[in-house]
Design a protein around this ligand. Structure first.
Ligand code: BGC
Length: 909
């Protein structure tokens, strides 16, 4: 035994000595999850990033260990999986290949990698995930609640707000605990409490799904929150949420009315024994201080009704009532797969005005989603009312007409006796301004703090350049993305809508990926989209799908979003998962068309300006687009016959499009900017038609004194279509405009977010149509995709950024631009500047990837890398000269290129 022990030590030492690889594995993750929450796929996928300080580093192999405990992993025992050394350069989405993973199993893992020279790295730091409850039988609890006598309103105009039920249960723990995990779900939304503390940082759990098809559950490790010697108290508070509260204009109770909670705490003791504390008839319930809570209407809280200590052991619950029990709710429970909603940051007010007696208006300085945290000293019964708005009326009062029927009001009733601090739990608002009335005493600046919420996704991108207008635009785009990435990608966070409109999502999804790691968030949304698919194959206009309807360019999200996630994150599973649904959509398009021309249906180029794009042109263009993406995805998952079929179908649609809509002089039916944009961006034209279309597009922009006329659909591809057809000068003109309509116009007028419509507000007309006038719609923010790809120059050549393009296009009066993107393989950076006729480009390419870098110069011989002729530099290979740029292949690492005579494209006049 002794000898063997010594040998093992020696072996470890030998390994340690060999840990000299030039690359290191970092940032481990499982299934894109930000939280080590429950996963219920049989084969979770593992990814890591390799970093290196040296150029031209590749991974030649990896070894993954997965262990059932941290201790085993530390001892390098992969009792669940030891992949052994796998010769591979893969770092992304490697399917778990070990022993079957049991329900609730904790999994600890790490990885080591080998570099191109065959040297091994040290082991990565450990990471972990845990399996969810995989079988129905793992769930022990009943569905419990406390029903209020108020019935669901009879029509959508009548509103009924009920108090929130509080549920509690005490239990005893009398020996050392190894692990305690709480699983919870609800019809409605829940907040969990354990021994007087909130469990976790997530809001609005278990999220929004088509509750008839699936319901998610939350998983929280609460080991550290338990009293291990004695009494414990577990509690939950319920609210209507999306399940029973107002959604869109459909009123309350769309999915159901009676709120239910199902939870269970699985305790594993150090001695190997188990205890389960599950919801059952022994729990008790009461209504408390939350008198009303609704996503759109807001929250009313009467602090006089607080029940101090209700979530701690020893509370006197004699007055509490027995819970209502539902034995069975017939819907599959699945582990929450997405990024939960969390607090992003606190925002202090910028200024306070008093436009009327007893009325304070606080300007938070930016338009965001969340709530206000209140501090107040008052007498019992004093009622402070907070109303929320995005803009002000000319007299300084808040403008709320555009909220339509959303009440967006929070009310706090003081209990008296000192400083009180409160924030709502079950609502949020989209706002820049807070109106406070009924505040006792003088409102000091620290009495109200904005609390911004958003999906807990990692920020991925950064962008800055020498134009302050462009930087403000980028800030507004990120701000508006955060305000709308709350559980699902919504259209807006403020009015009585807040729905997962599919058109908006597909328009914006590529931009969203530049700004944040939205892989899990969009993958979850695609489940909603498929859940909403109609039996005839039509994808819905929104997901989850309370409203009916199928519209081209909206429904196409069912294909475009999975394709984008596949391209950006290299995720093939999302294709496999939705493959049949996507093909059914394409069948629908074929059967709902005549000679491959789609009918003039749907929303068209929504909110365009003085331009009427024919809907048959738009619909047919999107039919072609989805078909070509399907061909690419079929090939990616090895369905070669399908790939060929869709390639042929694309060629046929293209031919039909040209025959039906394109005149010999290159005019396309309708002759709007959007018809040319779509035809160019979706590759529907061959030469010379493509050149003619680009000319018509540029001419139309010129005829509007250099302005766009595109709506949601056309704007998405406007800048790429101009850039791709050689009219970058026109793209820069649109980008730099600050006259109506343009991005710059809203910024010149103080926008802190992206407006739904170009004419959301104009000096001549004031506010646009209040029926449709949100100041936080991300669709027009899709221009950030172009800002990253064309100004910053960062794009992908192969899925998952295995091969990268760095292709900045200096111009438009910019002196410099800095863009960075944290890809799934590590950070990519592209910074350029022009100084006294010299172009400098600083580029970072992550380890284990390669890039094609375009150095835009008309003097390719002057190109240097780190002060040496570029062709001699390590990691740099000259490929070709192409359209005003020298193109090099780059291995990983940091590079500094300089060149004379940079190619600079000025804005068109
Ligand atoms: C939403 C849009 C959506 C549209 C459909 C609106 O009410 O706010 O963003 O795409 O309806 O046309």
């Amino acid at each position: 035994m002794k000898t063997r022990g010594c040998m093992r030590v020696l072996l470890v030492m030998v390994l340690a000595a060999a840990c000299s690889a030039a690359i290191r594995p970092e940032r481990l993750r499982c299934e894109h999850l930000e939280n080590p929450s429950g996963i219920d796929v049989a084969q979770p996928r593992l990814s890591w990033i390799v970093t290196s300080d040296e150029r031209a580093q590749k991974q030649s192999g990896y070894r993954i260990l997965v262990a059932s405990s941290a201790e085993k992993l530390k001892k390098n025992q992969g009792d669940l999986w030891d992949s052994g050394r796998v010769p591979s350069d893969q770092t992304v989405l490697i399917p778990y290949g070990g022993k079957p993973l049991a329900s609730a199993a904790p999994c600890w893992w790490k990885v080591k990698v080998w570099d191109g020279a065959g040297d091994a790295s040290a082991w990565s730091a450990p990471a972990r995930w845990s399996m969810g409850l995989l079988h129905d039988g793992d769930w022990k609890g009943a569905w419990i609640g406390l029903d209020h006598e108020l019935d669901k309103p009879k029509d959508t105009d009548t509103k009924v707000y009920r108090p929130s039920p509080y549920l509690r249960k005490e239990f005893t723990v009398d020996k050392p605990v190894r692990r305690a995990v709480l699983y919870a779900t609800a019809l409605g939304i829940h907040e969990l409490r354990l021994n007087g503390r909130r469990v976790g940082d997530d809001y609005f759990m278990p999220g929004w799904t088509d509750y008839k098809k699936r319901l998610y559950y939350q998983t929280c490790d609460v080991t550290d929150m338990l009293n291990t010697k004695g009494r414990n108290a577990l509690g939950a508070i319920l609210s209507d949420g999306w399940y029973a509260g107002n959604i869109s204009i459909l009123g309350q109770g769309f999915y159901g009315w009676h709120l239910r909670f199902r939870g269970q705490l699985n305790i594993e003791y150090a001695d190997g024994s188990h205890q389960v504390v599950a919801t059952d008839p022994s729990w008790t319930a009461a209504f408390g201080p939350i008198l009303e809570s609704d996503m759109q209407a807001g929250e009313t809280y009467d602090a006089r009704l607080e029940m101090p200590g209700w979530d701690r052991p020893g509370f006197d619950a004699a007055q509490w009532r027995p819970v209502a029990v539902t034995e069975k709710v017939d819907v599959p429970l699945q582990a929450y797969p997405s990024a939960t909603t969390r607090i992003f940051k606190e925002i202090p007010p910028k200024s306070i005005t008093t436009p009327a007696a007893d009325t304070y208006v606080l300007d938070m300085g930016t338009n965001f989603a969340g709530w206000a945290r209140l501090k107040v000293r008052g007498n019992a019964g004093d009622k402070v009312r907070l109303r929320f708005a995005e803009r002000l009326n000319p007299d300084g009062t808040i403008y709320t007409e555009n909220l339509r029927s959303a009440r967006a009001t929070d009310t706090y009733i003081c209990k008296g006796g000192g400083l009180e601090e409160w924030q709502p739990q079950f609502t949020f608002h989209g706002f820049q301004y807070v109106e406070v009335t009924g505040y006792p005493g003088r409102l000091e600046p620290d009495a109200v703090i904005g609390v911004e919420i958003t999906a807990a996704v990692d920020v991925a991108g950064s962008f800055a350049c020498s134009s302050e207008q462009a930087n403000a635009l980028y800030r507004n785009i990120c701000q508006t993305q955060r305000a709308n990435f709350i559980e699902i990608p919504t259209d807006c966070p403020q009015r009585d809508e807040r729905m997962g409109w599919t058109g908006d999502a597909q328009i914006y999804v590529r931009t969203a990926t530049y700004n944040a790691d939205v892989a899990a968030f969009i993958a979850k949304y695609m489940v909603d989209v498929e859940d909403g698919q109609y039996p005839d194959g039509g994808f819905p206009c929104m997901a989850p799908r309370p409203h009916d309807g199928v519209s081209p360019a909206w429904a196409d999200a069912g294909v475009i979003c999975p394709w984008t996630i596949y391209r950006v994150y290299g995720d093939r599973r999302i294709i496999e998962r939705h493959y049949d649904a996507m093909t059914r959509w394409l069948d629908y398009c074929r059967t709902h068309s005549k000679d491959l021309i789609r009918p003039a249906d749907g929303f068209g180029d929504w909110l365009s300006i003085n331009a009427d794009t024919p809907k048959d042109v738009l619909s047919t263009a999107y039919f072609a687009r989805s078909t070509s993406l399907m061909a690419e995805m079929a090939a990616a998952v090895g369905k070669t016959a399908d790939a060929e079929k869709y390639r042929r179908q694309f060629a046929d649609i293209k031919q039909a499009f040209n025959k039906a809509f394109v005149a010999p002089d290159g005019r396309i039916k309708g002759s709007t900017q959007t018809v040319y944009v779509l035809a160019l961006a979706f590759d529907l034209l061959d030469e010379p038609a493509a050149q003619k279309a680009a000319d018509h597009l540029a001419a139309d922009i010129r005829s509007r004194d250099g302005h766009l006329s595109t709506g949601f659909v056309g704007t998405k591809d406007l800048m790429p279509a101009l850039t791709g057809s050689g009219r970058l000068d026109v793209a820069y003109r649109l980008f730099n405009n600050d006259t109506f309509p343009s991005w710059g116009f809203s910024i010149r007028h103080g926008a802190t977010s992206i407006w739904e419509r170009w004419n959301g507000w104009t000096p001549d007309e004031g506010f646009g149509d209040p029926k449709m006038n949100s100041f936080a719609h991300y669709s027009f923010g899709a221009v950030a995709e172009w800002m990253f790809k064309t100004i910053g120059g960062i794009d992908l050549l192969d899925p998952g950024y295995k091969r990268i393009a760095i292709r900045p296009a200096p111009g438009g009066g910019l002196d410099w631009a800095n863009a960075a993107y944290d890809s799934i393989r590590g950070r990519i950076a592209s910074n350029w500047k022009i100084n006294e006729g010299t172009l400098t480009m600083d580029v970072h390419i992550p380890a284990n990837t390669t890039a094609e870098v375009y150095v835009p110069t008309s003097a390719p011989d002057t190109i240097k890398e780190s002060n040496r002729p570029a062709r001699q530099a390590k990691g740099v290979t000259f490929l070709r000269n192409e359209k005003g740029a020298a193109v090099f292949e780059l291995a990983s690492g940091d590079y500094r290129f300089t060149a004379d005579d940079p190619v600079i494209v000025e804005s068109a006049r």
